[in-house]
Design a binder for this molecule. Structure first.
Ligand SMILES: [Zn+2]
Length: 426
């Protein structure tokens, strides 16, 4: 048993932070939490305790939507909307990942950055290239981080340099799954079925990926109702469907297996009902939605309907890898909606947004993202002493850390109970 003492802060439910000043978390050898306590129970009185003093111990972050091959474009290319943005900036960059030497260089930095920012688990789009994608999965394994890494399926409306066939994406996803079943660090790293979005996939490809998800019992990730031009385009490509979401549904890609749909800025009506019925996750990506002028996802409305919402950085539509910034932008975006609706849509509290980035996203991986008994111990030790120069309460310290802290304050990172060392950057 490993026992850690610190100021423990987490969100078992969205409505408030649970705070244990000088509390204890007991973690079994297999990385599962045995209990969290205000006082150390009698049975552990003689056990060795790692005492982290006045530092904060919080759950690590889960980034539920991001694109590894867009890492080099971080902070660039914010002058176009989604569809021209893809053609002008994103597809040319992703095409480079046919070259495994290039992929190695960028993917090393990408995985290092996730480690640095305290994102212990993520759901990642790679590219159509199987060699580079397997390398990316290997880097996650070597770093000790958790991830679901998807080979992207796309066979229409894209350059020839970034195109696979339905047969290829099925074959390559199957091979990646077989590889990670053996080499994926006991399930910490796995794969996920990843059609780019409806405009990139012919009927044959979408149907083949839906069947594959069912056969291999894999989850699914894609994009939904991000941008108005995109929605109009999908309507013209799939004229027999009532909404964009139904186009995924008819191919078995909308909740038949656990499904993440990024954005959902314009989801309502029939699509909202279908998402709720199918238990499809909304991945809210507020920085990306703002950068490429997509819109504002109605997160409060989704929550009111009982639709699961999680958070994503969506780099490089999003410009920050840090989930601290995504939490903050999620709250800020909800306040703009609040103002726009004359207060009819209550904004997100900080604890709600923190919950979305930890326990809500973690639910996609199992029992992850909280410090309750039975959860995998994914945690960050935060030294906020330079922010805490006066008599701040712990409630105030977590607020200040989320808004104005960063990766430099993270001292120790745990994933599934294991303390991680810094992975290579080059
Ligand atoms: Zn995306």
């Amino acid at each position: 048993m490993n026992i850690y003492r610190a100021n423990i802060i987490y969100t078992p439910s969205p409505d408030a932070f649970r705070i244990l000043p000088g509390g204890y978390v007991c973690v079994r050898e297999d990385g599962i939490i045995a209990g969290v306590y205000e006082q150390l129970p009698e049975q552990y009185r003689t056990a060795e305790v790692t005492d982290y003093g006045d530092r904060l111990l919080i759950p690590a972050f889960n980034d539920m939507h991001l694109h590894a091959p867009q890492y080099r474009n971080l902070g660039l290319a914010m002058d176009l909307e989604l569809l021209p943005w893809l053609n002008t900036y994103t597809f040319p960059e992703e095409s480079k990942f046919k070259d495994t030497a290039y992929a190695e260089r960028i993917y090393h930095r990408f995985v290092h950055e996730l480690w640095m920012q305290g994102t212990m688990r993520s759901c990642v789009f790679a590219t159509v290239h199987p060699e580079a994608t397997r390398m990316l999965a290997d880097f996650f394994v070597q770093a000790g981080l958790g991830a679901k890494v998807g080979i992207v399926g796309m066979n229409r409306n894209c350059p020839d340099t970034l195109r696979n066939t339905a047969e290829e994406v099925v074959r390559d996803t199957r091979a990646l799954k077989q590889y990670l079943d053996v080499h994926g660090n006991n399930g910490l790293v796995g794969t996920i079925v990843t059609p780019r979005f409806i405009p990139s996939c012919t009927e044959d490809m979408s149907a083949a990926l839906g069947r594959l998800a069912e056969e291999l019992q894999l989850p699914v990730q894609s994009h939904l109702s991000e941008n108005r031009s995109e929605i109009d385009w999908v309507q013209s490509l799939e004229p027999d469907t009532a909404c964009y979401g139904e186009a995924y549904y008819k191919y078995g890609l909308f909740g038949q297996r656990p499904t993440l749909m990024a954005h959902c800025c314009y989801t309502d009506g029939e699509e909202l009902r279908l998402m709720k019925r199918q238990g499809v996750y909304v991945v809210h990506c507020p920085t990306s939605n703002s950068n490429i002028a997509s819109g504002m996802a109605p997160v409060r409305m989704f929550l009111q309907h009982g639709i699961p919402v999680v958070l994503g950085s969506d780099i490089s539509g999003g410009h920050y890898v840090s989930m601290l910034r995504i939490i903050q932008y999620a709250v800020q975006t909800s306040k703009l909606i609040y103002a726009q609706t004359q207060g009819k849509m209550p904004f997100l509290s900080l604890s709600e947004a923190f919950y979305l980035a930890t326990k809500a996203g973690g639910g996609f991986f199992g029992k992850v993202g909280s410090f309750e008994e039975g959860y995998e111990f994914d945690a960050l030790l935060v030294d906020d002493s330079y922010l805490n120069y006066d008599n701040y309460t712990l409630e105030q310290r977590i607020q200040r850390y989320i808004y104005i802290g960063d990766d430099r304050d993270i001292r120790v990172r745990f994933c599934r109970g294991k303390e991680l060392t810094e992975p290579p950057m080059d």
